[in-house]
Ligand binder design. Structure first.
Ligand code: CMC
Length: 436
């Protein structure tokens, strides 16, 4: 009968150790600590920059099989959720583990709809930003500022308080995002309209001008809802990990989410969608693609929107986005950048450099093309990613707070600096001069 145990022989000491291997195929890193050269030795550690092979939590929320290109929230395939659900239903699923019943759906939608307003002082806070402030900077800062509006949010071990902040954050993300856009445009803020769905209301707060009531195109509102579903969670990515790490110090969820949104803003993470558009604009025309690919292969540039730490196959979200694009273009007209993107994908996927490295289009490759066709400037793209990712961040945070195995996140380091030394005295300096 094989034992679920890893046997390790330390050839430095000739000693043998056993570490249990659990049903997930993992060993406890702390089991390595008992491997010592002598009693004074600290014990063995693993060195894993960028967490390439370290599981930092157990989670019930999102499953990814990167080799097969599978993404599931709470067991449901992303394709099924995108086809049959609304973003708010998916947010409920991520947070509660089950899709809502019709009554729960109604109550949840009512709750979110009735928490979309911002305190007037928060509006004034947004007013204080420069006219050309990047909307992601506004979003991050205003999320942190909400911590001052809801001081009771620091009671992170009170489930009722947690639920209240979760509702507020999901509801207010759309308002914060819309106001960050309106501020940049110099347009007056539009108050939420409770008759509308989550995405219709978001579009209302973005685009309403003097008309008494703003009604979004149902095709655009549904396409945005699908995009929100696709972006809602992605297990332990850089921003969700940040949410967990900041939250592990028991900081309140507004501050933790400001941290998560900051992580998302980087061009290697959620900021990639903005960079893809800039890249397509730089390429200008299909005929310039081979020269661009040559520069990528020479290591001069990265092909933005390509590659993923986990997916070594086509990102399933990118496939769904491609099909949504066709529906959007029927309403908005075709974005000419799509031709460049499609050709770029075709050439890259036939090229040995990309094939051997398993670099496929990721979620950010096509999303910007749709956002732009909908009328968004590239600066708004990462904000559009952040709105639904709030559901994932909060689900991850809520799970972490309730996990008895979690403590304050605090990795180890390998110190490579100088050993102990003393500040030279004047006397030492004098003797050094003499010696010299
Ligand atoms: N273009 C060209 N080469 C690439 C790319 C790319 N987009 N991505 C990875 N590579 C190369 C990389 O240079 C390396 O080559 P080599 O083995 O010769 O050194 C190899 O592929 C492995 O890449 P890596 O950097 O070790 O992979 P990683 O897992 O650390 O990085 C990534 C993953 C997403 C940061 C990276 O693929 C990347 O920078 N992509 C472009 C930015 C992007 O699209 N980000 C969005 C990610 S999906 C949504 C999200 O998470 O927000």
């Amino acid at each position: 009968m094989p034992k679920n145990v890893l046997t390790l022989t330390d050839q430095r000491t000739d000693k043998t150790y056993e570490a249990p291997v659990d049903e997930h195929g993992t060993i406890r890193a702390m089991d390595l600590r008992k491997i010592k050269t002598d009693p004074e030795d600290f014990g063995l550690m693993t060195y894993d920059p960028a967490f390439m092979n370290t599981a930092s939590c157990k989670s019930n929320i999102t499953f990814i099989d990167g080799d097969k290109g599978i993404l599931r929230y709470r067991g449901y395939d992303i394709e099924t959720l995108a086809e049959h659900c609304t973003y708010l239903q998916v947010a409920y699923l991520l947070l509660n583990g089950e899709l809502p019943t019709p009554q729960q759906d109604k109550d949840w939608t009512w709750e979110i709809t009735h928490h979309t307003m911002l305190h007037e002082t928060t509006k004034h806070f947004i007013d204080g930003f420069r006219y050309d402030a990047h909307p992601m900077g506004i979003l991050v800062s205003t999320l942190a500022a909400l911590s001052t509006v809801y001081p009771e949010a620091k009671n992170v071990h009170d489930p009722e308080s947690r639920q209240k902040q979760i509702v507020r954050l999901i509801a207010k993300m759309a308002t914060l995002a819309a106001y960050s856009y309106r501020h940049r445009r110099g347009h007056p803020y539009v108050y939420p309209d409770n008759d509308l769905s989550y995405t219709e209301n978001f579009l209302n707060m973005l685009w309403k001008m003097t008309e008494p009531k703003y009604m979004a195109s149902p095709v655009i509102a549904r396409a945005l809802d699908v995009l929100f579903i696709l972006h809602a969670d992605h297990e332990q990515n850089c921003s969700s990990t940040t949410m967990r790490v900041v939250g592990s110090s028991q900081a309140d969820p507004y501050l933790s989410m400001a941290g998560a949104a900051s992580a998302l803003s980087g061009p290697l993470h959620g900021g990639a969608n903005e960079e893809v558009l800039r890249m397509l604009d730089e390429i200008v025309s299909v005929k310039n693609i081979p020269a661009y690919i040559k520069r990528v292969k020479a290591g001069e540039l990265k092909l933005m929107g390509f590659g993923h730490r986990v997916y070594k196959n086509y990102d399933p979200r990118a496939r769904i986005i491609k099909s949504v694009a066709d529906e959007v273009f029927e309403v908005t007209g075709r974005n000419t950048r799509l031709d460049i993107a499609l050709e770029l994908e075709r050439i890259a996927l036939a090229d040995d450099y990309f094939v051997t490295r398993k670099l496929y289009p990721n979620v950010d490759f096509y999303s910007g093309i749709i956002y732009q066709a909908m009328g968004f400037q590239p600066e708004m793209f990462t904000v559009l990613f952040a709105i639904p990712r709030a559901a994932g961040w909060l689900a991850q945070w809520n799970e972490m707070i309730q996990d008895p195995e979690q403590k304050i996140a605090r990795p180890r380091q390998i110190y490579t600096g100088v050993g102990q030394r003393k500040i030279p005295t004047t006397q030492d300096e004098k003797s050094a001069v003499k010696v010299g």
